[in-house]
Design a protein around this ligand. Structure first.
Ligand code: GLU
Length: 412
């Protein structure tokens, strides 16, 4: 489970008060309009398993807001997925797209399943059933799913294929597709690259030189952030996954670690480092949580030794833990800025699908750099000018943008 839904809404209420929404938009209930999800979809998928038995899976899609464009957000496959979590993640998507300035709203999907515990055929049936049930709800101009924890190009290909069976071929119905099906160059590594770009800007602004880095999670986000940072000469001293953590104070060889993980499925047992109990105990200047929510919480925040935390995952630092970190002078770069690279390149994929004109990797990379840098610059400028945290600044900019759009649309 990630950050409780209520604490994000509570946080947004505080921001709404500080942005003086009641005075600026009298009688509009602006915070409520921005914060409360538009539509919540929950259903069960009944799947025949390979052995002839039947299994039930809880499925969710939360369409949080379409004020700035079609609903947009990933599809999480995890045994802890639940409604509150999907609602929170959908809310974060709305804020993320608004902050990045991409023309989407926010949504999130999830299936309560451990994909490692079912066969590939069973997973394909589940994803197709999930997509089929959502046919009336999704579409390139309505709601555009994408990858999230444990879903990637393969699952997006199934979703696209299931959609086109009964709808006009519309490649923009999902993003994060394989290149062969209209995916974009650079989408696979986009979130990790964005984390790396934002981290390098932050290090420069905070005058942190030659930092050591610890990364929690070596999946779609963590591995690409690690590879990019390693390639740029930063010392990544600790990396973890769901099975364990490897540490080397002299710096891990991330290229070798990536090859090791590709062959064995885990970073544990890597000969180029020693095994340690928890990534939170790794001594590093920068901590990049790229796994699930709630990684840094009240129970372990005292152990965090980093000077800087960059949220590669969604909601990895709880609001309570962040208060403690801020009081200790630890800077936290919020998820809606730090991991926006994924949805930014999803936007490029969607735009390329609409145009039927495809861009090369260099074009994608340089546009990603410019877009996320612009978001970073506006957040740090606002934070500096108003003496607030980067999270407060990011939420303010996102909520202000949405409020202006709502007001411009009239009374509705
Ligand atoms: N799941 C990713 C996120 O949380 C990407 C969403 C997308 O590309 O639509 O930002």
């Amino acid at each position: 489970m990630t950050e409780g839904y209520d604490s994000i809404i509570e946080y947004m209420r505080g921001i709404g008060a500080r942005l003086e929404f009641d005075r600026r938009y009298p009688g509009r209930k602006m915070v409520e309009q921005i914060a409360i999800s538009d539509k919540i979809i929950r259903f069960k998928a009944i799947i025949p398993m390979d052995d002839g038995s039947i299994e039930l899976f809880q499925c969710y899609r939360v369409q949080h807001s379409d004020t700035l464009g079609p609903y947009k957000g990933g599809t999480r496959l995890h045994p802890t997925v639940n409604m509150e979590e999907v609602k929170a993640l959908a809310t974060l998507m709305t804020l993320k797209t608004a902050l990045a300035g991409v023309p989407f709203g926010g949504a999130k999907g999830g299936i309560c399943v451990d994909p490692r515990k079912i066969s590939v055929n069973e997973l394909e049936r589940l994803i197709r059933k999930y997509t089929h049930r959502l046919l009336p709800e999704i579409g390139p101009n309505v709601d555009i799913p994408a990858p999230d924890v444990n879903s990637g190009e393969r699952e997006m290909a199934w979703m696209y294929d299931e959609y086109r069976k009964s709808r006009e071929s519309a490649r923009g119905v999902v993003t994060g597709k394989p290149l062969e099906l209209g995916g974009s160059h650079g989408r696979r590594e986009a979130t990790g690259m964005g984390v790396s770009i934002v981290l390098l800007h932050t290090l420069r602004d905070l005058n942190i030189h030659k930092p050591t880095v610890a990364i929690e999670g070596f999946g779609a986000v963590g591995s690409h952030a690690a590879l990019d940072l390693h390639g740029k000469g930063l010392k990544v001293v600790a990396v973890s996954d769901s099975k364990g953590c490897v540490f080397n104070p002299a710096g891990l060889d991330i290229v070798e670690l990536d090859a090791y993980r590709a062959s064995g499925g885990t970073v544990t047992g890597f000969a180029g480092g020693e095994s340690i109990g928890s990534i939170h105990d790794a001594d590093a200047d920068v901590f990049i949580p790229c796994a699930l929510g709630l990684s840094v919480n009240e129970s372990n925040v005292g152990r965090v030794r980093a000077k800087l935390i960059v949220e590669g995952a969604n909601a990895p630092v709880t609001m309570e833990a962040e208060k403690t970190l801020t009081a200790r002078g630890v800077a936290v770069v919020p998820d809606i800025l730090a991991n926006a690279g994924g949805v930014i390149v999803s936007y490029y994929e969607w735009a390329q699908n609409r145009e039927g004109l495809y861009w090369d990797l260099e074009t994608v990379r340089s546009r990603l750099y410019n877009t996320i840098t612009e978001a970073y610059t506006s957040v740090t400028r606002h934070a500096r000018e108003h003496g607030v945290t980067m999270r407060e600044a990011a939420y303010r900019l996102a909520m202000d943008r949405i409020a202006r759009a709502m007001a411009a649309r009239g009374a509705q």
